[in-house]
Ligand binder design. Structure first.
Ligand SMILES: Cc1cc2nc3c(=O)[nH]c(=O)nc-3n(C[C@H](O)[C@H](O)[C@H](O)COP(=O)(O)OP(=O)(O)OC[C@H]3O[C@@H](n4cnc5c(N)ncnc54)[C@H](O)[C@@H]3O)c2cc1C
Length: 275
């Protein structure tokens, strides 16, 4: 059970405490036209330690850039750190990761942090997300013993990406407008008893989902994590807000994951207003 306490009055600035690691790109593989696998390694990762939390993420700074973007640790094994990166229309990491010749380049990654926390006694697990959530959903599904169901909105098939076992509903993102995920969540026939709902995708949509879970489904705030992984609609490239310090500060203050991710969204809003 997680304790609640007084919220912190300020958000820590990024990278004050985050340990950083220099890593070489060992391999690059195109899993699909929109998903690139990067395998990182080298001596600089010697001190890297996984939290073991299946949705753990790292900050990634690519060569020539100072700003981080956040990526799920798809795996950490044998000194190799695997990140699966969505390549979309335009973006710092997108443009870099789209290049076939990134192998051999050095990037910086931060220490991992994770958010997934199925409550004790959960009897089921529902995972919902877009392509950016696929690495986390795959790793969660691999590591859980709970009966799981997955809704995945992806632009093209990803055969074999998710482990065997969970029932998967594949959805295609619409050419325009809101994703189909909100509708899928509204249509969920909720399993009986206590369980855990995990979801990640575009921030504005995630907010609407939170409201739905809170007001309509009336889930306990510890029974779900809904995370804004990226912010759509920005004309200028937003400087991503580091979830690590917000997460650490929220945990230290005893906030639920739900409250922490709301706080994360608010920090992103504040930053966008200032830009
Ligand atoms: C905890 C956490 C874990 C994450 N894990 C992953 C992961 O494993 N794999 C992954 O690919 N992403 C993941 N993300 C999302 C990723 O950090 C963002 O998508 C990030 O903005 C991508 O950076 P960029 O440099 O490519 O684009 P940016 O420079 O950040 O953005 C450029 C433009 O692209 C738009 N944009 C950003 N992301 C997307 C997108 N996915 N689809 C369409 N348009 C987009 C923005 O609105 C902006 O207009 C995660 C985010 C968080 C917070």
């Amino acid at each position: 059970m997680r304790d609640r306490a007084v919220p912190p009055d300020s958000l820590e600035p990024m990278s004050v405490r985050a340990q950083q690691y220099a890593a070489q790109v060992l391999r690059r593989e195109e899993i699909s036209p929109h998903l690139v696998r990067l395998v990182l390694g080298g001596d600089g990762l010697a001190g890297f330690t996984s939290t073991g939390i299946p949705d753990e993420w790292v900050g990634l700074v690519v060569p020539g850039q100072f700003q981080s973007r956040y990526y799920t640790v798809r795996s950490w094994a044998g000194g190799e750190l695997t990140l699966d990166v969505v390549v979309h229309a335009v973006g710092l990491v997108t443009e870099w990761a789209s290049r076939p010749d990134v192998v051999g380049e050095t990037v910086t990654v931060t220490e991992p942090k994770g958010s997934y926390a199925a409550p004790d006694g959960a009897g089921w697990l529902l995972l919902v997300g877009d392509l950016t959530a696929m690495p986390a959903m795959a790793r969660i599904a691999e590591s859980t013993t709970l009966p799981a169901r997955i809704w995945a909105e992806v632009p093209e098939d990803l055969p074999g990406y998710l482990p065997e076992g969970p029932e998967v509903t594949w959805l295609r993102p619409p050419a325009e407008g809101a994703s189909a995920l909100a509708k899928a969540v509204e249509g969920i026939d909720w399993p009986a008893g206590d369980g855990y709902f995990w979801m990640a995708g575009e921030s504005a949509q995630m907010r609407a989902i939170r409201k739905h879970l809170m007001r309509e489904v009336r889930l306990d705030s510890h029974a779900y994590d809904v995370m804004g992984y990226w912010r759509g609609g920005a004309v200028r490239q937003p400087r991503a807000v580091d979830p690590g310090p917000i997460y650490r500060a929220g945990k230290a203050a005893g906030l639920s994951d739900e409250q922490i991710w709301q706080r994360y969204d608010e920090a992103g809003d504040q930053q966008q207003e200032q830009q």
